[in-house]
Design a protein around this ligand. Structure first.
Ligand code: CMC
Length: 440
């Protein structure tokens, strides 16, 4: 755990309040980022900090992912996202995040065979799918199904974590989430479920479960399989983002892996977070349909500060330069569309124009607003035949290894306390209670 690798430097921050002063140590991470440790602040001074949206607040120390938003750097366990995206399949990156190292040949074989063993979901869970209304959003189904796994596979809640091999717990969830996601799609289009096949790789299996049917002898296109691997890698982890923080919050209370991940899925669903990939395509379609491709109008609307007209897929809390994932996603998206003969996709043309105009507009320049990972991934998923309401599910499948890694890190960290922020109360002050029969 990284808390052992953070250093207390010689530096101190002095706080002066009402004529008294206190010193707080500056701690330094392995990449040189610094934080003031204020863990005794309230005990010392009676004060708390107020930081809406945790813009300046570090909630933990972590050894999983490093992001430098000013320089556009993203590394998992020390490896650059560019290298992982180019050379790995998604499951290798999942292994890296969860186990802390890249697998050797033997570890890889064991991991792959565990993935096959655990890919089925309990037959009784099939009935759950059947009772959802046809128009149910797949994210609702996904989160409900994940938390339901805890009733079917309760071991993880009953045994101390050390007794359940971590790789079995992790693979069980990784493998099953993909099956649940594909089943929820099949249910929504009224087709029979397709079971996972041990002959196929992780991504092949997913595509097969999505698109194969009794009347469609489908075999996944290797170009699409490679692209899917890459897009899932780009989503795999992003340190303390909203959904991962939610996972860690639930974990800090002792919540099970399944309960924590189900909560993370719900957090991811929001349009400011993972739901942005669906919102981007809906925005591009609206521009095509209602604005007749007039990108300028959309940019002007986005500057009006109405949250409903924000440029979706633009901006990021951490990145103040081009999101490195967005750069890779854009390149992969263009290559994929060209290979599939879809290079003239009108939505791609609008996205490219929108990006170019926004990047040259003073409003976006001053605020350092660049395309984020969600800007081009939706166009690529659409080209793969994945329906729009499944885009955030794709993000969830990709983000799962990160959630698992953070859940495990949190549970093993001896310094972890239950997450419990404070508040500044602004409601009514104490007032006399009037019984019902005496109220006017
Ligand atoms: N369109 C127009 N203006 C924007 C946008 C946007 N997409 N994003 C930020 N701004 C403006 C915002 O109005 C504010 O202006 P001002 O300083 O004049 O008040 C300034 O830029 C800073 O914005 P903020 O809301 O304080 O930034 P934040 O760090 O709280 O929010 C964000 C980050 C991602 C929620 C936001 O940029 C946004 O809503 N983007 C669109 C949704 C989106 O694409 N989300 C996916 C994020 S990446 C995937 C993930 O990890 O979830």
């Amino acid at each position: 755990m990284s808390s052992s690798r953070r250093r207390n430097s010689e530096e101190q921050v002095r706080l002066v309040y009402k004529g008294r002063s206190w010193s707080y140590p500056v701690v330094t991470g392995t990449e040189g980022e610094r934080a003031v440790d204020i863990s005794t602040l309230r005990r010392d001074t009676g004060l708390i900090t107020l930081d809406p949206g945790f813009v300046n607040t570090g909630a933990c120390s972590s050894a999983i992912t490093f992001v430098d938003g000013e320089r556009g750097i993203l590394r998992h366990r020390g490896y650059a996202i560019e290298d992982l995206a180019e050379h790995c399949v998604f499951l290798e990156v999942a292994y890296l995040l969860i186990m802390g190292k890249l697998p050797n040949r033997q570890e890889w074989q064991r991991f792959s065979s565990l993935m096959n063993q655990h890919s089925m979901i309990h037959e009784d869970m099939r009935d759950f799918f059947l009772n959802y209304p046809e128009r149910a959003h797949p994210m609702a189904v996904l989160s409900a199904m994940v938390v339901s796994l805890s009733s079917f596979y309760p071991e993880i809640e009953q045994e101390p974590m050390e007794e359940v091999p971590l790789d079995i717990t992790a693979t069980r969830l990784l493998s099953k989430l993909r099956t649940i996601a594909a089943f929820s799609y099949k249910k929504s289009i009224g087709e029979p479920f397709v079971y996972p096949s041990y002959r196929m790789s992780y991504c092949e299996n997913f595509l097969n479960m999505m698109f194969s049917s009794p009347v469609n002898d489908y075999w996944p296109d290797p170009v699409v399989v490679r692209a899917l691997n890459l897009f899932l890698i780009l989503h795999a982890d992003h340190e303390q983002n909203c959904s991962t923080s939610v996972v860690r919050f639930v974990a800090s209370a002792g919540g099970s892996l399944y309960a924590s991940v189900a909560a993370g899925i719900c957090a991811l669903w929001g349009p400011l977070h993972g739901g942005a990939n669906q919102a981007v395509i809906e925005m591009l379609e609206r521009i095509l349909r209602e604005d007749k491709g007039r990108v300028d109008r959309v940019i002007e609307r986005a500057k009006k500060k109405d949250p409903r007209t924000r440029l979706m897929g633009f901006g990021h809390r951490i990145y103040k330069t081009y999101d490195p994932r967005a750069r890779i996603a854009k390149d992969a998206c263009m290559k994929l569309l060209a290979r599939l003969g879809l290079q003239n996709d009108p939505l791609l043309e609008i996205a490219l124009e929108l990006e170019e105009k926004a990047l040259n507009d003073p409003y976006f320049k001053e605020r350092h607003l660049y395309p984020n990972v969600d800007f081009y991934t939706g166009i690529a998923y659409r080209a793969m035949g994945i329906p729009t309401n499944m885009f955030t599910v794709m993000f969830a499948i990709g983000r799962l290894p990160g959630w698992i890694a953070h859940w495990m890190e949190c549970r093993k960290d001896p310094t972890q306390k239950i997450a419990r922020p404070r508040q500044v109360y602004i409601g009514e002050t104490a007032r006399p209670f009037i019984p019902m029969d005496q109220r006017p």
